[in-house]
Ligand binder design. Structure first.
Ligand code: WT7
Length: 648
């Protein structure tokens, strides 16, 4: 269940964008929705024209549902659009990346610096035999080299598959195997709350089971001692020393794959979401400019890790294509203390700040005294993404961080959509705490019921009823699953994102959360099945069911119901061991908050686990109808166990 659903549904406050902001906003004319809706292909074509193309497209869109081709026949290169084309302008010496390491060191790369690094690394990749459309896996912390590696892949037409550095060795292995990547780029270690996380060790573990990987490039982040295979491994800095700084870009088809990014679905197997080049760059450029009201002298900071789609679209491709100055931070928000983010906002003069509700709820819990110690007057726009934001957190963000001077853009989108889809336009939209308001111009979103009928007001399933340029094109290696999961709920030309939503009287959207077996914990998407498979992988576990309960910081917290194999004794130690097992299999962010043991799980007579009941137990709610249960006693027992362990 999403955060504080009830209070969200009763929320009636509205906030106009501050007058001073509106006066200078890029988009001030509300006719933009009507105009873009009427001729949406022209609308997107105008955005595409802002990019730099080797060859112009012949047709804007080929749409044979559910397969879209955007800017058909056009040829371009993403790295040229993020780098080369800025070099003939004053942006040449503008800061592209302002980076802070967790321990406190700083590096600033101008567009020219970044360009040179990308070209050299692109040559290194070529020398290692990486070819057009080969897959390159990247498992790096938040360091500038991560951006360099991605753009270098783009330069030579290779497909990057970035794996969040918080994922386990096993999760990395699965993703490399699925994409059959030929090369892995990693680091010796990464910093987290002052500790070193041994990334290279995880990478070694993964690569041992990945025959497709020929070479491993290692960036030296910390100097931590690592095992180094003389045959397979190469140091980043040594490669860079030897390569030339000249590398003509590959001319890519608009529909060539730019990257694959794995996300969770309803089965245990992650989906490699495929994004292409022309439409994707068009979509992220348009949204970066209009949603963030980007100006030439903005200092833009999206706090997301590049390992997730938010980082791909709104740390790397969107802002760099727009020539922005991007702040990038390596570590935790509470290191060395809870004022780190606000110290950075002050010292770098951040003007646009984009983060997740889970972070905002942490800040709120830590107290306004932390931001109060810093001068945040450089901020002019705030954003949020990843999960529903409860109105209390929204208002706190507005006051304590925005000083009631900054509009907040609550942006709804997904790994699959590639770009922001439903959002306020900060110069026009009347904001409502908890509402993502309305579709971005050119986007058509609606609420439908099960039968596919439109819901004008009230609750329903969110649906996207027209193709959009940054849309996913497939699931890597499994086009059938693409068709089945996204385009088969209604007629074949309607996209189903998997979210439930509500529409109010004004037509504004309120996202209620996932309606499938996908969890959203602290803004991270995790499949129920993935956690359950990790649980039953533990030698003592016979059966497991996973649900979430509301959590005041993470939004949702994972509760695992577990049945042990014959003769199993359960205790706190075992519970800890099982939680660790999940962290090891998937990553620490998927570690269950609680483990409840039971001799059986509540099932229907046909044997289906009744998750709704488990959810009620985990949320401490009164139990609903249990008459269809195979064994109603199980539920009573579980509830008792839960209350004994964790209180009602
Ligand atoms: C799911 C997508 C898109 C970047 C981060 C997550 C939820 C996303 C919002 C929002 C309410 C939101 C949805 C969506 N979600 N943004 N502003 N309000 N819910 O990407 O991992 O692909 O997850 O996140 O449930 O389906 P993702």
């Amino acid at each position: 269940m999403p955060v504080e659903l009830e209070s969200l549904l009763m929320e009636s406050r509205v906030f106009d964008s501050p007058q001073a902001f509106r006066e200078h906003a890029t988009i001030r004319d509300a006719n933009i929705w009507k105009e873009s809706d009427r001729e949406f292909e022209d609308f997107w074509a105008r955005w595409a024209t802002e990019l730099s193309w080797f060859r112009k497209w012949d047709r804007v869109l080929d749409w044979k549902a559910p397969n879209a081709r955007w800017f058909v026949g056009g040829r371009l290169n993403a790295s040229v659009n993020c780098l080369d084309r800025h070099l003939t302008t004053p942006r040449r010496t503008k800061a592209a990346l302002i980076w802070e390491g967790e321990p406190g060191e700083r590096r600033t790369l101008t567009y020219w610096d970044l360009y040179r690094q990308v070209l050299r690394f692109a040559n290194a990749l070529k020398a290692l035999g990486v070819k057009r459309q080969d897959r390159v896996a990247i498992y790096l912390p938040m360091v500038p080299e991560l951006v360099v590696a991605m753009l270098a892949c783009a330069r030579i037409g290779a497909v990057h598959s970035v794996v969040f550095a918080g994922f386990s060795a096993e999760a990395l292995k699965d993703r490399i195997q699925d994409s059959s990547a030929c090369l892995l780029i990693t680091a010796d270690a990464s910093y987290r709350r002052g500790r070193l996380i041994p990334l290279k060790r995880f990478a070694d573990e993964a690569v041992a089971q990945c025959p497709s990987i020929r070479r491993v490039v290692v960036f030296k982040r910390s100097g931590m001692e690592i095992e180094f295979s003389a045959k397979r491994d190469l140091w980043w800095h040594e490669l860079m020393r030897e390569t030339a700084c000249e590398c003509p870009p590959e001319e890519m088809d608009a529909e060539d794959t730019l990257y694959i990014l794995y996300t969770s679905g309803t089965t245990g197997k992650p989906k490699g979401i495929v994004h292409t080049t022309g439409g994707y760059l068009t979509g992220v450029t348009a949204t970066t400019q209009w949603v963030f009201d980007l100006k030439e002298n903005d200092v833009y900071w999206c706090t997301a890790d590049i390992g997730w789609v938010t980082g791909h679209s709104y740390v790397v491709y969107g802002p760099l294509a727009c020539g922005a100055t991007v702040v990038m931070y390596e570590g935790a928000p509470d290191w060395p203390d809870r004022g780190r983010f606000w110290k950075m906002v002050e010292e770098h003069g951040v003007s646009v700040f984009y983060t997740a509700p889970t972070a905002i709820r942490s800040f709120m819990k830590w107290g306004a005294e932390w931001p109060e110690r810093h001068d945040l007057s450089s901020l002019r726009l705030l954003g949020t993404v990843g999960e529903p934001i409860n109105p209390e957190a929204w208002v706190w963000y507005y006051k304590a961080i925005g000083r009631e001077q900054c509009p907040i853009v609550d942006t709804w989108w997904q790994t699959e959509t590639g770009m922001i889809m439903i959002t306020p336009l900060p110069g026009i939209t009347r904001m409502k705490p908890g509402s993502v308001t309305r579709p971005f111009p050119g986007i058509r979103a609606e609420l439908l019921n099960v039968k596919g009928e439109r819901v004008e007001e009230g609750g329903g399933y969110l649906a996207i009823t027209r193709p959009w340029p940054a849309m996913l094109r497939s699931i890597y290696g499994d086009h059938d699953r693409y068709v089945k999961e996204y385009w088969s709920k209604w007629k074949g030309d309607i996209y189903f994102p998997g979210d439930g939503a509500k529409r109010d009287r004004d037509g504004d959207f309120w996202i209620l959360g996932r309606v499938d077996d996908v969890l959203n914990v602290a803004g991270h998407r995790i499949g129920t099945m993935e956690v359950e498979s990790a649980l039953v992988d533990h030698p003592r576990v016979a059966e497991a069911a996973v649900v979430t309960r509301p959590h005041d910081v993470k939004g949702e917290a994972i509760v695992a119901f577990v049945t042990l194999k014959e003769g199993g004794e359960h205790n706190d130690h075992l519970s800890g061991e099982i939680r660790e097992h999940v962290a090891k299999k998937i990553g620490a962010f998927a570690r269950p908050e609680e483990v409840i043991f039971s001799h059986d799980l509540p099932k229907t007579r046909s044997g289906k686990i009744m998750r709704r009941l488990l959810r009620d137990i985990a949320a401490g709610k009164v139990l609903g109808d249990t008459t269809t249960l195979a064994d109603p006693v199980v539920v009573a027992e579980l509830k008792e166990r839960y209350e004994a362990q964790y209180g009602a």
